[in-house]
Design a protein around this ligand. Sequence first.
Ligand SMILES: Nc1nc2c(c(=O)[nH]1)N[C@H]1C(S)=C(S)[C@@H](COP(=O)(O)O)O[C@H]1N2
Ligand SMILES: [Mo]
Length: 223
Amino acid sequence: MTLPPGQRAIDGFPRFGTHLHHPPPPIPANPVIELGGALREPLTLTMADLAELPRVEVKADFHCVAGWSATDLRWEGVPFATLYRTRVEPLLAPGSSISHVVFEGLDGYRSVALLADAMAEDVLIADRLDGQPLTSDHGAPIRLVSPGQYGFVNTKHLCRIEFHAAQPVDPDKWSPLAGHRRARVWEEERHRYLPGRVVRPIYHALIGPIRRMSARGSTERTT
Ligand SMILES: Nc1nc2c(c(=O)[nH]1)N[C@H]1C(S)=C(S)[C@@H](COP(=O)(O)O)O[C@H]1N2
Ligand SMILES: [Mo]
């Protein structure tokens, strides 16, 4: 089994994230995804709308920027590229072009990807993992899955996608842990400004504490 540079396989798939010990947001009775930004008009997609799009299964490993990898996950959902081509492109003004996409979660989490990276064929709006509906720990009711990019791009509890014609305003610009803008795992694009190899030990040291805190907020019984 080959992992991207600087990654270590772990057993299972932990809950992890900047949410730390906070519990996951409640699952809305009628979940929707709002599509907004540089579109002629915004669009709200219901789960029934999403169900009209073709579904795929993607087998992939999941790589957190801190250095752990969960292996052999089986995701199911709608390819982001399908959603973009069928639902977003018709809403673009003639001649306008999208370069960046912002993914927002019900907990207020945001990630940004280049449209070019989000259009990879294994990028999914996922609602199932290993044959079961997503658990709250892993992003219920739906999440972004982009296996070629570090976990921090993979927004859980996805509720809004914004399309931009330029780099959006970035509140993390001066954060010491600012994530790389592309976050491609095979290029080891961990940190915005420092080489991936250099930040490895700092990030590794964060795995234990973040994992323990995230488990405290878990809604699942762990054995
Ligand atoms: N909504 C939301 N999505 C999120 C996060 C978060 O804190 N909130 N953390 C990110 C990070 S850093 C990682 S590594 C993965 C962890 O996904 P998991 O909890 O399913 O293992 O979720 C990503 N997506
Ligand atoms: Mo992460």
